[in-house]
Design a protein around this ligand. Structure first.
Ligand SMILES: Cc1cc2nc3c(=O)[nH]c(=O)nc-3n(C[C@H](O)[C@H](O)[C@H](O)COP(=O)(O)O)c2cc1C
Length: 223
């Protein structure tokens, strides 16, 4: 499947056939691609928990405002952000030349240590990029997906035994779509969301920024 077709095909699907299952091998193939996602300093601030067990999915549904896709999907994958991923730097950089390690390891430590906001931002950024790879990889293999943040993070952390260094960033549920796809939901026009050079610059089509547009001329009387 061409990449643009994968992008067009991906929708957030809410209705799944609960009889469909996903094997370890299929999950393995997906995650072999997911781990190729980018992350700052290549720290890979992510951990995934794949839940297929029906009783656990039902408990997750209860923690997710009763959203049925959590229970009917083939697998509910919690994408976690790893707050202390910077501590993995020695392992990640051990194959690089000594002079690179001498530069990078102190730099990474200085960037993250004692900075909870940066640790959290980075965990959310990297985990979100990995979640997107997961959804596109799944779509390319015929799985429907839905990203989800509609859940109680504390209840989910408890249910899945998360340690304090891991935060639940989002679920991605995967399954076989039951109902026909809904029409694509509204998107802002590209002219509105892409600006050239500066925020008040022109759009791609040369359209002036809305705030720079002159007010329309008043309608002539009697028109
Ligand atoms: C971070 C995030 C959280 C979301 N949480 C939920 C959710 O809890 N339940 C749900 O049904 N859809 C959820 N969605 C799906 C959005 O509603 C959906 O992406 C959006 O309406 C655009 O539709 P599309 O994905 O089909 O293009 C979430 C999407 C994102 C990116």
């Amino acid at each position: 499947m061409e990449f643009s077709e994968i992008v067009q095909r991906r929708h957030s699907v809410k209705s799944y056939d609960p009889e469909q299952s996903i094997s370890d091998e299929e999950l393995r193939e997906l995650f072999d691609e997911v781990v190729l996602s980018p992350s700052s300093f290549n720290l890979q601030h992510w951990t995934f928990i794949a839940v297929r067990e029906p009783a656990m999915k039902q408990q997750l549904k209860d923690a997710a405002w009763g959203q049925s896709q959590m229970e009917n999907c083939s697998v509910a994958i919690l994408v976690c952000g790893k707050l202390d991923a910077y501590k993995d730097a020695p392992e990640i950089y051990k194959g690089t030349p000594g002079r690179i390690q001498e530069i990078m390891l102190p730099k990474i430590q200085k960037f993250y240590e004692g900075k909870p906001q940066i640790q959290r931002d980075e965990a959310i950024r990297s985990a979100s990029l990995a979640a997107m790879t997961l959804m596109y990889s799944a779509t390319s293999r015929g799985w429907a997906t839905c990203p989800m943040i509609g859940f109680d993070p504390e209840a989910v952390s408890r249910l899945l035994n998360l340690t304090p260094n891991l935060i639940p960033v989002m679920f991605a549920v995967l399954g076989r779509q039951k109902d026909p796809p809904r029409p694509r939901s509204y998107r802002h026009p590209v002219e509105k969301v892409v600006r050239l050079n500066t925020l008040d610059g022109p759009g791609l089509t040369g359209m002036p920024h809305p705030s720079n547009k002159p007010d329309p001329a008043p309608m002539p009387a009697g028109a």
